[in-house]
Design a protein around this ligand. Structure first.
Ligand code: NAP
Length: 542
């Protein structure tokens, strides 16, 4: 029997960082809100992705909330790149510190959200029978939250232990003396492989497409350095939010204007370019791609970056044939999300690690005992799938979302996602997508983008409350112009050449549209602020 309908000002879907902060902001505005979360705890991506070696690839002191100075001063990050357990502990701390759990319903997946045009309210239903009426429906469902299981014949026949990196068992997996296989060589696998190799009896990596990876140069943070950094926290935060790049943070005590050393690789001599790249390589981290301003724009600069990394791979991996298989040749560096690793390439020098090139010879099937390639079965006790996600739109389209005239979001997005600012969709009034397609989202430090969206939304909702407005909706023309702008920026870069999940290319039948906004978090924030200041230009209110 269906439950009785409950009434709230807002429903928030997801209790990751976006959902937590949204709840906090709405409460402070005096609104009633309820959060639905399919897991049994907060943390979102950091709740699910517990594979060995899982850690963030943004600097810890940047990948954290800035809204509470007390919180940022009190919380002590232990490493330059925080581990999954530490980030999950932080999410739990935030939930407890701001007393958020009492408005979160765990183990509760939202099934549908239907807009009632007469009442200007969303009717939201959960799988377990909750029925909510709310003026606002806020999707804080994450960009990488729907695991992509590969379509490989025989997967269910495997008699050993089968694990998906993004649905890792809470009790962990013991690889001791086991024959382990990993399918996939994206960010998740590149973090997991060195750790699994240390423990496993034998590890076989099945690689279809090699990825570029740069060293993390991770390490324990020096408390004295942290204290100095935190003394300048406001200026650092301003840099992350308004800088030229994507807000990933840096290691400078004195915040400096974040920007590339040279706008174009062509401005440098070859020796200068090599020196710059070497310096970024030694410092470590994804900011390698920002060593020169046009790395993701100029084919020539990009090739120089790729050649540099190829040389590093060849210098690190002892077996030249293995090194060649590890050198990505089919996409510009950075056009697929750059990976950040600890000892990834070195791992292939271990006697207990083999690389199988399944681009040359695709996986034929999974058998009860292993993975069959080219007629040979690689015998395994444990098989790990690190095969990625139905990114950015997956979580939204799994729900039955219906807007004006009963149009479904799935129909609206049949040819790829369209949005205004990556925050709203025309025809879906009072519905918001935090870090949705069309916003910097996955190209940026997610915490920076989450805070920016939540703050913008909270201000917008406060504006509606003060003006007693019942409904906000993106105008079609504003949406079309925004989509054109997002495409124009993407098409001026090498991103669309990557064949990556940014484009939906990893999911069969998914439309190929470059989904994130590639213009940087600073420019994006400026645009959103200008929209608000200009009386919410591009929106229609009722
Ligand atoms: P991913 O980058 O999409 O990688 C999936 C891998 O699985 C690819 O190597 C893919 O090969 C392979 N694969 C998929 N289906 C296959 C099949 N049928 N046969 C053989 N190989 C197959 O996924 P991910 O590693 O989970 O990373 C996704 C994103 O999550 C990252 O790009 C990053 O944004 C985020 N992430 C971040 C961190 C971090 O903060 N450090 C860590 C993990 C993930 P193809 O390329 O040939 O399709």
């Amino acid at each position: 029997m269906a439950n009785q309908e409950e009434t709230f000002d807002a429903v928030i879907v997801g209790a990751g960082f976006a959902g937590l902060y949204m709840l906090h902001r709405l409460r402070n505005l005096g609104l009633s809100a309820v959060v639905f979360e399919q897991g049994d705890n907060v943390g979102g991506t950091w709740y699910w992705n517990r594979y060995p070696g899982a850690r963030c690839d943004a600097e810890s002191l940047a990948y954290s909330f800035s809204f509470s100075e007390q919180l940022e001063q009190d919380w002590a990050w232990s490493e330059r790149y925080a581990t999954q357990p530490e980030i999950l502990a932080y999410a739990e701390h935030v939930a407890d510190r701001f007393d958020l759990r009492r408005d979160i319903r765990f183990d509760c997946r939202v099934e549908s959200a239907v807009f009632d045009e007469v009442a200007n309210r969303w009717q939201v239903s959960s799988e377990r029978g909750d029925r909510i009426s709310a003026q606002f429906c806020i999707m804080a469902t994450g960009c990488l939250s729907v695991p992509q299981r590969p379509d490989i014949a025989g997967l269910d026949d495997f008699a050993g232990d089968l694990h998906q990196a993004s649905l890792w068992p809470h009790e962990g997996v013991d690889f001791t003396n086991k024959r382990v296989g990993v399918i996939g060589t994206g960010s998740s696998a590149i973090q997991a492989i060195p750790v699994i190799a240390e423990q496993a009896g034998n590890l076989t990596v099945f690689q279809r497409t090699p990825n570029f990876s740069v060293p993390a140069v991770n390490g324990v943070l020096d408390p004295q350095w942290v204290a100095q950094f935190k003394a300048n926290y406001r200026a650092h935060r301003a840099n992350h939010k308004q800088g030229l790049g994507q807000g990933f943070g840096d290691l400078e005590i004195e915040p400096k204007e974040q920007g590339p050393v040279a706008m174009a690789g062509a401005e440098l001599t070859d020796a200068q370019l090599q020196a710059v790249l070497e310096s970024y390589w030694q410092t470590g981290g994804a900011r390698f791609m920002g060593a020169v301003g046009d790395a993701i724009v100029s084919e020539e600069t990009n090739r120089a970056f790729a050649d540099f990394v190829h040389a590093k791979i060849r210098a690190t991996v002892n077996d030249p044939a293995v090194a060649e298989v590890l050198c990505p040749q089919n996409h510009p560096i950075g056009s697929k999300r750059i990976c950040v690793d600890s000892d990834y390439y070195k791992t292939y020098n271990r006697a207990n690690v083999q690389l199988v090139d399944v681009a040359a010879s695709p996986i034929q099937k999974i058998t009860a005992t292993g993975v069959q390639v080219d007629g040979d079965v690689h015998e395994l006790d444990v098989l790990v799938l690190a095969t990625g996600f139905d990114a950015m739109t997956g979580a939204l389209l799994r729900m039955d979302i219906r807007g004006v005239a009963g149009v479904t979001l799935a129909d609206k997005w049949a040819a790829g996602p369209v949005s205004y600012l990556g925050l709203t969709v025309a025809g879906f009034p009072n519905l918001f997508t935090i870090t949705g397609p069309g916003s910097p989202s996955v190209l940026s430090n997610m915490l920076v983008s989450i805070e920016q969206h939540v703050d913008w939304l909270a201000d917008c909702i406060a504006h509606m409350q003060s003006q007693q407005l019942a409904r906000i909706e993106a105008a079609d023309t504003a949406q079309s112009q925004w989509v054109a702008h997002v495409n124009e920026i993407a098409n001026a870069t090498l991103f669309p050449k990557g064949g990556s999940w940014y484009l939906g290319a990893n999911v069969a039948g998914k439309p190929r549209v470059f989904m994130p906004y590639a213009g940087g978090v600073g420019a994006y924030r400026e645009f959103c602020d200008a929209v608000a200041q200009d009386d919410y230009r591009g929106f229609e209110f009722a």
